[in-house]
Every structure is written in C-alpha cells, then in structure tokens.
Design a protein around this ligand. Structure first.
Ligand code: SF4
Length: 68
C-alpha cells in the first residue's frame, strides 16, 4: 500500500507542523504544498499533526480516503 497526501489550500493556515514532521514531503510558502513522498506512517503522522485537518491521505492504489 502506498499513501498520497493532498492539501486543502483553502483550509491550510500555514502554521508549518507538516513541514516539521516531514520536510521531504511538504514545503511551506504562502500555504503548504506537496513536494515529495515518504513512508506511509510519516504521511499519516503529518496529517494527524495538522491542526486544521487540511491534509487528506489517499490510498494510491484504490483512491480511497485513509485520513481523516
Ligand atoms: S500542518 Fe496543516 S495548517 Fe500547518 S502548514 Fe501543514 S497543511 Fe497547513
């Protein structure tokens, strides 16, 4: 299984926790954006740390939403 992160830029408050958790996956400018990939657990951890649930995790194979 492999996860894909998606950011709701309208919800992101640019507070930066996702970048702290996974700097190889997320970059912060005006809003966070996805710049890479990483282990599923790390992606999930970053999403769980987002204070406004702006990060959605999808299963890359099925397209199913894994989080939230
Ligand atoms: S943790 Fe959430 S609110 Fe903070 S920068 Fe990342 S996506 Fe935006």
């Amino acid at each position: 299984m492999s996860y894909l992160p998606r950011i709701d830029e309208g919800a992101c408050i640019a507070q930066g926790d996702c970048v702290d958790v996974a700097p190889q996956v997320f970059q912060l400018d005006d809003r966070a954006s996805v710049i890479g990939t990483g282990p599923d657990e790390l992606l999930l951890q970053a999403a769980e740390n987002c204070p406004v649930e702006a990060i959605t995790i999808l299963d890359a194979d099925t397209g199913e939403q894994v989080y939230p």
